[in-house]
Write a protein that binds this ligand. Structure first.
Ligand code: ATP
Ligand code: MG
Length: 260
């Protein structure tokens, strides 16, 4: 693995009496494409919420791109180069796709951006952002919907716009929470391939939550981290995961999980 872009050490998160994350540790390298999977309620989204600063951790450390990010605010963590998407896509429905891309990612708004926009050369910056937005749409192969209202998009297109909005901040690291949930099979695979090629072409590290084990095993990720009940059950290459009897018992054995 390359030098870790994300390092999580002994992370614990408790909600009252519930220990949602129980001392997990893992690393993701720069340019790596890693899947985070596990049954419903096992703590995947909470892990993202703690890494991205949305929730305070109960204990443990988070390092982002070499900096200690523990206890920082979401916008400070975003300034370190880490951006995230949310499990439930939320776009400005009455704005066009391109307008949505020009709005900073939800809950990661940095006051610095407002200051930058108020500077005298803001028009030049606006033109640059517009050109960046069109480039992002090209990368995601959705340039044809640039001027459509977000309310007119399909679920899959909305997911792509959400990822596009995350890419607008030129992140060095992306946390994607179920980017293809509810997206039809072939399009979901296509999105995954596009994400994978972005890790290579832009050197972005990505940690991607996916609830469907079959899907993640079929797609080309570098490594998979399997969570169960707040802990890491196993991590390894797709081949190693496939051969693990612990994972098969705890996860693949459940017909409910496989059918989702
Ligand atoms: N803000 C919160 N307050 C109280 N409990 C919470 C909170 N967020 C999550 N939890 C609980 O923590 C546990 C882990 O939830 P989390 O959303 O992280 O799971 P998940 O793995 O993302 O599940 P899913 O696959 O359904 O998205 C669950 O029992 C959930 O009810
Ligand atoms: Mg979740």
């Amino acid at each position: 693995m390359n030098a870790p872009a994300l390092k999580v050490s002994e992370l614990t998160k408790e909600f009252g009496g519930l220990r949602a994350i129980d001392g997990i540790s893992f690393e993701v390298g720069q340019g790596e494409f890693v899947g985070l999977i596990g049954p419903n309620g096992c703590g995947k989204t909470t892990t993202f919420n703690c890494i991205s600063g949305l929730l305070p951790t109960s204990s443990g450390q988070v390092q982002v791109l070499g900096y200690n990010a523990t206890g920082l605010r979401p916008d400070q963590i975003q300034n370190l180069g880490l951006t995230r998407t949310f499990q439930h896509t939320w776009l400005w429905r009455e704005m066009t796709v391109i307008e949505n891309l020009l709005v900073p990612p939800r809950r990661q708004f940095s006051p610095n951006l407002l200051l930058a926009l108020l500077r005298p050369n803001s028009r030049k910056m606006e033109a640059q952002r517009l050109s960046d937005a069109y480039s992002v749409l090209e990368v995601l192969e959705i340039s044809h919907v640039a001027n459509q209202l977000a309310s007119e998009l399909s679920g899959g297109q909305s997911k792509l716009v959400d990822i596009g909005r995350a890419l607008m901040s030129s992140p060095d690291f992306l946390l994607l929470d179920e980017p293809v949930a509810g997206v039809a099979g072939p399009l979901a695979e296509r999105i995954f391939q596009n994400l994978r090629s972005l890790t290579a072409s832009r050197g972005i590290g990505m940690l991607v939550i996916e609830h469907n084990m079959d899907f993640i095993l079929r797609n080309d990720v570098d490594r998979i981290i399997v969570m169960d009940a707040g802990r890491i059950l196993m991590e390894g290459t797709p081949d190693e995961i496939r051969k693990s009897s612990a994972v098969v018992e705890a996860y693949l054995g459940s017909p409910e999980q496989n059918s989702q």
